[in-house]
Design a protein around this ligand. Structure first.
Ligand code: IVH
Length: 719
């Protein structure tokens, strides 16, 4: 669940006096309330307490529930007002004030040592369903038990384990695991993490007693998106990069100056109860997790309670499948026997509990060597580097190449031929290079030279910032696609993919170009069946399938055709706007820059680019072929802009959809007349919940709102 980053002031404490229910929180303006000149200390104190209360509440909504009720600007206004009051009345500053979270501990020369009263243990590992079965058998046998246990299945967060000790609800000590017996006291550093509560209280408003003594454990980690951002910043400053989110979390947490830790976007998931006095009688791990949530701790999402081993395996598989979509690194899944009494009876073998195990997932990183660079030329003329690697096995797959995205990457990584590289493979996508393992350099490394001429057509290359919004410097071929074979091949592939001609994969598109069957994408509609059948590996079945896809593509709506043309600056959204506005290719071809730029949301740069595209004689010739082939170039005009079956209905989207981008899903709904809401309330008609849906889904369930999963959403669009 990638989170947006809050502005500096907004990153405050969530530990104040009693908060209350939502109803008690006042309206939140975006400018700080002016402080009256003649305010007394008493009045200031009242207001300070009120502000701390509000800030703490909104922090909880933001960092723990992931469901903010106020905007960052509104939050900032509260924070600034508190700061202003505390500046005027410094004697009212208390250590628990949210303004103090950023710089409490000062600088230490050495971390004090902590002896863990309950040792922090490790876990045995299994690597397959069979291994899991064997672990289960051993536990069953140990207890002479004939039936399965009940289990929790949790993600195994790849970070650093920490212990948090609370006395009478107040965080008194935070420590690292160390060797499991003795760790480091890093309280000031841990206190900078916004999702670690300083004071405990029941978030459901209950006045049950708070434990007099409570030690919980969890994993501190750095979100992947934050890690990537941090590494980018370090590279820009020419500093050493972190190898992975775990190392960067470790490096950030072990800072002797807690104000540096405060600047690092660390987060935590709590997963274990180490000891407790004076709290409820918790009998299971599941109850403990729910208890943590009640107390305002952050607990990993989607933890499952399973009644048998098959369900455990399914839950583990689910984590494997989702691994690449998460914003935190997991290196496995932790399976724990749910019942604490059973845990006690099972005990330990050495340092590993018999009652839990880690199901480890395949490694995704390896170190290998850069043998060279191949340069590929894409449709838009960019010349991109691909790293050729000494083959290395990562998680059972041999990896021979890795993407480098663009020349900027070569410079940022300081890459040289022969460099030892850390390579990461996530999912099925092509692996990428994380960093150079500087310390393993041998002195045999040589600089990488950027090609002065295009590897496809030999035209000179040029270097300029990308116009895709990233502004990254890129290398370009100075020829156009009609004079540069690689560009045209990629265009044909792009056109086919957008038109839904899946049979025209990259390799086939290139081959057809090389065979002379396709000189441009217009030729797609004139492929000769007999010639295809004469090719190696082109049987009747695959040939006819391909030709049918091409035939079917002729009927696609106008926005799809406009998108497929690959006009610079025209993406999905603008293609749709152009189609809605002009209704036919002929109308668009006849339009001038003014007419196009007058469409709301359409920029002048795009308008200019469209006009130039249609003025180009080569493009005109290809489009002529397209039109003569009978390709649909018009959309029927609907008086009211199409049927609006969802008019009057409010939808809220949460989680990640596999087949739709968030914006795209919203657009599809809006086109059908729906209204999109940002938070769930009783006025919401439907919640569309993708993977990793969070508190919005919970709220929808509580309010009894219709919940649609992705399949149901797809069906709704088809109705
Ligand atoms: S339970 C006695 N639960 O994995 C076992 N550990 O290899 C206590 N870890 O040191 C650990 N996610 O750093 C547990 N959901 C989770 C975990 C988890 C990550 C780490 C933890 C521990 C290591 C054990």
């Amino acid at each position: 669940m990638p989170k947006k980053e809050k502005p500096e002031a907004a990153q405050a404490s969530m530990n104040m006096e009693d908060t209350g229910s939502v109803g008690e929180i006042a309206e939140t303006p975006t400018n700080p309330q002016p402080i009256p000149e003649n305010i007394t200390e008493d009045q200031a104190n009242q207001r300070i307490l009120d502000l701390r209360h509000q800030i703490e509440y909104h922090n909880y909504r933001y960092y723990i529930l992931d469901d903010p009720e106020v905007t960052d600007a509104e939050f900032d206004a509260l924070f600034r007002e508190l700061k202003a009051l505390e500046t005027r009345f410094p004697e009212l500053i208390t250590p628990e004030s949210p303004t103090q979270r950023v710089s409490v501990g000062g600088v230490v020369s050495e971390f004090p040592k902590v002896v863990h009263e309950v040792p922090m243990l490790s876990l045995s590992n299994v690597f397959s369903p069979e291994g899991l079965g064997e672990w289960n058998e051993r536990a069953l046998k140990y207890l002479d038990k004939r039936f399965d246990f009940e289990y929790t299945v949790e993600p195994k967060i790849d970070g650093l384990s920490v212990s948090l000790l609370y006395e009478n609800g107040v965080l008194v000590r935070g420590a690292t695991r160390g060797d499991g017996i003795t760790g480091d006291d890093i309280t000031p550093n841990l206190k900078t993490i916004k999702s670690i509560p300083w004071n405990l209280k029941y978030r459901d408003g209950s006045d049950d007693p708070i434990p007099t003594r409570l030690e919980v454990r969890g994993e501190v980690y750095m979100p992947i998106s934050s890690f990537e951002k941090l590494n980018k910043e370090l590279a820009e400053k020419g500093e050493k990069l972190f190898a992975n989110p775990r190392n960067s979390a470790a490096g950030s947490l072990r800072q002797k100056d807690a104000s540096i830790t405060a600047k690092r976007p660390l987060n935590v998931f709590i997963y274990t109860l180490a000891q407790m006095d004076g709290g409820p009688d918790l009998k299971t791990q599941w109850e403990a997790l729910k208890f943590f949530e009640r107390l305002g701790f952050r607990v990993a999402p989607d933890i499952k309670l399973c009644q048998d081993l098959q369900t455990v395996s399914n839950a583990v598989q689910n984590w494997i499948d989702r691994r690449d979509k998460l914003d935190f690194e997991i290196d496995g899944s932790v399976i724990k026997i749910n019942d604490f009494a059973t845990e006690d009876r099972l005990g330990f073998v050495g340092r590993d509990p018999r009652w839990a195990t880690a199901y480890k997932f395949p490694a995704r990183e390896a170190v290998t060597r850069l043998l060279g660079i191949t340069w590929t030329v894409r449709r838009t003329g960019t010349i991109n580097p691909l790293a050729v690697l000494e083959p290395v096995s990562i998680g059972g797959t041999t990896v021979k190449s890795a993407t480098l995205f663009n020349i900027d990457m070569i410079e940022r990584l300081g890459l040289r031929i022969n460099d030892p590289l850390l390579v990461k493979r996530a999912g099925d996508v092509i692996p990428n290079v994380v960093k150079v393992m500087d310390e393993r350099r041998t002195g045999e490394e040589t600089p990488i030279e950027l090609p002065a001429t295009c590897p496809s057509c030999g035209a000179p290359t040029t270097r300029r910032p990308d116009e895709d919004g990233t502004n990254d410097p890129k290398l370009y071929c100075t020829n156009d696609p009609y004079h540069c074979p690689f560009q045209m091949k990629d265009w044909i592939f792009f056109f086919s993919a957008v038109r839904g001609v899946d049979g025209m994969g990259e390799r086939i598109a290139h081959r057809f170009y090389d065979e002379g069957f396709l000189k441009d994408y217009g030729d797609l509609y004139y492929l000769d069946r007999e010639k295809l059948l004469a090719l190696d590996r082109f049987g009747e079945k695959s040939t006819d399938k391909l030709l049918k896809q091409i035939e079917d593509s002729k009927q696609k709506p106008l926005d799809n055709l406009l998108m497929a043309l690959g006009i610079p600056h025209v993406g999905v959204k603008s293609a749709e706007m152009l189609a809605n506005h002009f209704h036919s290719l002929a109308n668009l071809e006849a339009a001038d820059v003014e007419a196009i730029a007058s469409i709301k949301g359409m920029g002048r740069v795009a308008a200019q680019s469209i006009v130039e595209f249609f003025q180009n004689e080569n493009n005109q010739a290809v489009l002529k072929k397209v039109k003569e082939a009978g390709v649909r170039t018009e959309d029927p005009i609907e008086e009211d802009g199409g049927p609006k079956p969802l008019a009057g209905k409010t939808f809220v989207l949460t989680g990640n959809l596999v087949n739709y981008g968030r914006k795209q899903a919203e657009e599809l709904l809006k086109r059908r007349g729906a209204t999109i809401g940002s938070s769930v309330s009783k006025n919401t008609d439907y919640v569309i919940a993708g993977a990793e849906a969070g508190s919005k889904l919970t709220k929808a369930q509580q309010l009894g709102i219709n919940i649609l999963d992705e399949d149901a959403f797809t069906r709704l669009l088809q109705d």
